[in-house]
Design a protein around this ligand. Structure first.
Ligand code: ATP
Ligand code: MG
Length: 137
């Protein structure tokens, strides 16, 4: 079955949105197969966002991800990569539809509370980057 990497970013954790976000994935019918709270190193943040390293906001983005604890998760289910992104909503919360996590709960692109893998290959890479095999059910 397909798996994806989902992270509640520091702003989402600080705002007390952990249970709200987990509930939305659970209610949809996806299965939580790994979860941990971690404060990622700057190096892990840079690896995680390596595809954005040429963007002007890359450094701020990595500083922000490594600034305080993150809830790292792996969710499993039919179509979870694509549908997970749908639950999350567009990158810029000003453009996310109401009913999505970012649409309902966020305002700023730099504080968009959650990350989700953007494709099946990225999902595999991100799961391997954040989790050891024995941390997954
Ligand atoms: P994520 O990878 O976090 O799930 P995404 O796939 O919707 O988000 P990406 O293009 O991968 O969007 O950007 C990664 C993150 O970089 C975004 O979630 C956002 O926090 C930040 N970001 C993207 N574009 C901008 C921007 N123009 N200004 C500031 N931050 C940005
Ligand atoms: Mg992305």
């Amino acid at each position: 079955l397909e798996r994806t990497f989902i992270a509640i970013k520091p702003d989402g954790v600080q705002r007390g949105l952990i249970s709200e976000i987990i509930a939305r994935f659970e209610r949809k019918g996806f299965k939580l197969v790994a979860i941990k709270i971690v404060q990622p190193s700057k190096e892990l943040a840079q690896k995680h966002y390596h595809d954005l390293k040429e963007r002007p906001f890359f450094n701020v983005l990595c500083e922000s991800l490594s600034s305080s604890p993150v809830v790292a998760m792996v969710w499993e289910g039919e179509g979870v990569v694509k549908y997970g992104r749908k639950l999350i909503g567009a990158t810029d919360p000003q453009k996310s539809e109401p009913g999505t996590i970012r649409g309902d709960l966020a305002v700023f692109v730099g504080r968009n509370i959650i990350h989700g893998s953007d494709g099946p290959e990225t999902a595999k890479d991100e799961i391997n980057l954040w989790f050891k095999p024995d941390e997954l059910v």
